[in-house]
Design a protein around this ligand. Structure first.
Ligand SMILES: CC(C)(COP(=O)(O)OP(=O)(O)OC[C@H]1O[C@@H](n2cnc3c(N)ncnc32)[C@H](O)[C@@H]1OP(=O)(O)O)[C@@H](O)C(=O)NCCC(=O)NCCS
Length: 172
């Protein structure tokens, strides 16, 4: 599917709200996107929209998080949320958004991405259970759904600890 994946602009905000609402069937996630946009965790280059012809059919957001332990805090990225319009799902759009986000995050110099998501979906992009690095979720979730991806060789070397999400995530 020929998509045009671009950084979201202010003109896209309404379409992004609606598509998140339709994909998730509720307003929690579109509202989360709005809160994150206003937060210090927001990275404009990592709020991406997928255009198909003259319509926005998908959106993905990566925000700044920290992995903290007793010795240091390490900056990383959270992939969340991601949404594709229901009638456009299962066509690879989500995959193209994930890959574009990974490439942009690398260009921006980030070393890793954390995701809480489907254990069969994200491993195709290289994500592995975060427990491999002793990286822990603040949420009580099964180990196999909490995953990490290194963007540089050994990008997570010596990085263990608890992931601290932006406080805006507490609202969903
Ligand atoms: C999760 C979500 C974003 C995925 O988007 P998507 O565009 O459907 O994703 P893809 O098409 O890349 O991949 C979905 C599946 O279709 C398959 N697929 C990929 N390309 C395909 C193609 N050309 N034809 C048919 N199937 C394809 C993938 O292999 C994948 O299979 P899997 O379920 O076995 O992993 C979308 O389903 C969604 O918006 N869901 C509701 C919101 C949500 O739950 N978001 C995630 C939590 S933040």
């Amino acid at each position: 599917m020929k998509l045009n994946i671009q950084q979201e602009t202010a003109q896209d905000f309404n379409a992004v709200f609606e598509l998140n609402k339709l994909a998730f069937g509720q307003e929690n996630e579109p509202k989360l996107v709005e809160l994150l946009r206003k937060s210090s965790a927001f990275i404009p280059e990592l709020s991406l929209v997928a255009w198909f012809q003259n319509q926005i059919v998908g959106h993905i957001l990566f925000t700044k998080i920290k992995i903290v332990n007793n010795e240091n805090d390490t900056e990383s990225l959270a992939l969340a949320p991601m949404a594709v319009l229901p009638e456009f799902q299962q066509k690879g759009i989500g995959g193209q958004l994930v890959n574009s986000g990974i490439e942009e995050a690398k260009e921006l110099g980030y070393k890793s991405i954390i995701v809480l998501g489907h254990e069969h979906y994200y491993p195709k992009f290289g994500f592995e259970p975060a427990e491999k690095w002793n990286i822990k979720s603040p949420y009580d979730v099964p180990a196999n759904v909490f995953m990490a991806l290194e963007l540089t060789p050994n990008g997570l070397e010596n990085t263990s600890g608890l992931v601290v999400y932006p406080k805006e995530f507490d609202t969903v």
